[in-house]
Design a protein around this ligand. Sequence first.
Ligand SMILES: [Fe+2]
Ligand SMILES: [Fe+2]
Length: 293
Amino acid sequence: MSPRSQTQAHALGAREVLPVDTPRSVLLDKVGNLLGSAAPTSAGAGIQRRFIAASAALGDLLDAAASDGHIPIAAINGSVEALNRAAEGGDLDAWLDLVWQHDDATYQHCLLVSGLVAAFAHRLGFGEADRRLITGAAVLHDIGKARIPLDILRKPGKLTAQERKIIWQHPQIGYDMLVAQGGFAPTVLAAVLSHHEYLDGSGYPQGLSGKQISDPVRVITICDIYAALIERRPYRAPMPPEEAYAILIGMESKLDLDLVRVFGEVIVAASTARLGRRVETRTAPTRRSGGVG
Ligand SMILES: [Fe+2]
Ligand SMILES: [Fe+2]
């Protein structure tokens, strides 16, 4: 950042000069603004800018969680803002297309779940404050995974029983991190701790059931399972949305089916957008047994 370096940079055509240790969120925000100003009239530019902002904020969150454990609140707020404005634009489909460009599975998953939750909350008619809260909870839901060894998280094949036990610690790890830092809303803490709980008591880590699981947690759990099913992995083909939705419907004792039905409208809307917003007739998904852990 010496005056000489900056002069040289500008002579080479630089439009922005930043110090080498600039936080990723600031760096990518600048890049996003440059992209946006290059194509101000493009319909996709807005969502792309929001996606860049959310994914940069997520990068800062995950880095912080993996190192000293202090979660930057500003990064969460930035990402929530980007997600909710994207959800208001109603273009979940365009968001998903951008998500698939991320090759890091944890980023892909967090951005996917958060995008789905933001769209779902919008569909459910949540007010602005509740949408902020639940989208923030979705951004943070798997923050405990930042402390799980990468060779387990990124293992391409089937996990051993021991590895599965380690992964199952992530809700408690995330919850403990947020409680230790302080200042997080009860909704956020509940989502981080309980997003793998099922209504029939078969989930983890506490085996909660029925009314012990709040509505925001139920919403996040539905999006989390659906996301895990449709995620893209180099070693397996992605599951088509209809098939993934049929699995949700089949998990009838575990999930809130009234919410699952509304969620169906969210993903049908996204699929319809993909098909050029043509009106299409869809048959109801078939019921089948099975589920995911
Ligand atoms: Fe999780
Ligand atoms: Fe998750």
